[in-house]
Design a protein around this ligand. Structure first.
Ligand code: DQA
Length: 148
């Protein structure tokens, strides 16, 4: 089973970006941990990060025939990008929307997700660990092994 992991704008700055909100774990740390969990679950993960909306859409299009599921943290595009939701719907790869912060406990403009209606599930508010829970849940829901 192949799982794509896609992170959006400014998530490359995790570790130093607003640590009071997003913590001090870097994106490289998150990707390393996901690789460990993927090994445990017997799946492959392929991680990418892009700052541009078009690059994110191109990355989603690349999943056709290559990914069985995906984790998506689209950053601020979560709240604005109908185009990204259209791309996710078009490729029909089941995905879990992930956020480090609890977007529903933040400013009103962050409480709306354009992507959630197309998502299999949403994990938010657990910080960096949320990616791991999302991977376990996604793999379990796709019929793979989900332990822990
Ligand atoms: C975020 C929440 C978004 O509102 C924000 O724009 C981000 C990060 C999160 O992981 O908590 O870039 O997606």
């Amino acid at each position: 089973m192949r799982i794509a992991v896609l992170n959006g704008p400014s998530l490359n700055l995790l570790g130093s970006r607003e640590p009071a909100i997003y913590g001090t774990v870097t994106l490289a740390d998150i990707e390393r941990r996901l690789a460990e969990v993927a090994d445990e679950l017997g799946v492959a993960v392929d991680c990418a990060q892009h700052n541009g909306e078009g690059e994110l859409i191109d990355a989603v299009h690349e999943w056709r025939g290559r990914a069985d599921g995906a984790l998506v943290n689209a950053g601020a595009y979560t709240h604005t990008s109908l185009a990204l939701r259209d791309a996710l719907t078009a490729v029909a790869v089941p995905f879990v929307e992930v956020h480090l912060s609890n977007i529903f406990a933040r400013e009103p403009e962050r409480r709306v997700s354009m992507l959630a209606p197309a998502a299999r599930a949403v994990v938010c508010g657990f910080g960096a660990t949320g990616y791991e829970w999302a991977l376990r849940g996604l793999v379990g829901s796709l019929g793979g092994v989900a332990r822990g």
